[in-house]
Write a new protein. Structure first.
Length: 188
């Protein structure tokens, strides 16, 4: 795996562990998933989750994101070649992520640092690096389209806002991120 991109981990209802990571094979840094089945001692299954031949000759700063719910697995990852965040959804049986979409297809800015949450739909937060703003979008799982794309943070500075996270409690979505608008990083 790429040593400078954080992996993400999810555990399904059976207790199987799924780790998504950015690979680094001769600077091709596509995303892969390793699976350790419940009761096994080692990871024994490996799946290529992205196949964009993402050549990155330096240490990238973001890793992929994963979430699992009700037999479905969702992923999001950044392609530095295309300067975009992509997301895909599969069932746990097939592990087929070839039907991926851009989280913000109308933007010409570099999208990075994705984090996802899977419920009836797929919720995604990411950083738009033109202004380092935090964005949110929802992928409608029935139509495979992104909806409700919007800027989340409320300031208009060009100071770094990064590392967004999204979570849900009951019917409310919560997003948190690091923000440097007052000179020091704070959580917003």
């Amino acid at each position: 795996p790429c040593d400078c991109c954080q992996p993400d981990l999810e555990i399904d209802d059976n207790g199987d562990v799924y780790v998504i990571y950015r690979n680094n094979e001769q600077n091709i840094r596509d995303s892969y998933i390793a699976v350790k089945r419940y009761g096994d001692e080692n990871f024994s299954e490996y799946f290529q989750a992205s196949n964009l031949q993402d050549f990155i000759g330096f240490c990238p700063s973001s890793g992929p994101s994963i979430d699992i719910k009700n037999g479905e697995i969702a992923i999001a990852y950044t392609s530095y070649n295309y300067q975009n965040v992509y997301t895909s959804l599969s069932n746990l049986e097939n592990m087929d992520f070839s039907n991926y979409i851009s989280v913000n297809p109308d933007s010409d800015s570099f999208q990075n640092y994705p984090y996802i949450l899977l419920d009836d739909n797929l919720h995604i937060v990411w950083v738009d690096q033109n202004g380092f703003d935090i964005f949110y979008g929802m992928k409608d799982t029935e139509t495979n389209t992104m909806l409700n794309i919007q800027k989340v943070n409320d300031d208009n500075t060009d100071l770094a806002q990064k590392d967004p996270i999204i979570n849900k409690n009951e019917d409310y979505l919560y997003s948190f991120w690091s923000d440097q608008r007052h000179g020091n990083y704070e959580i917003y």
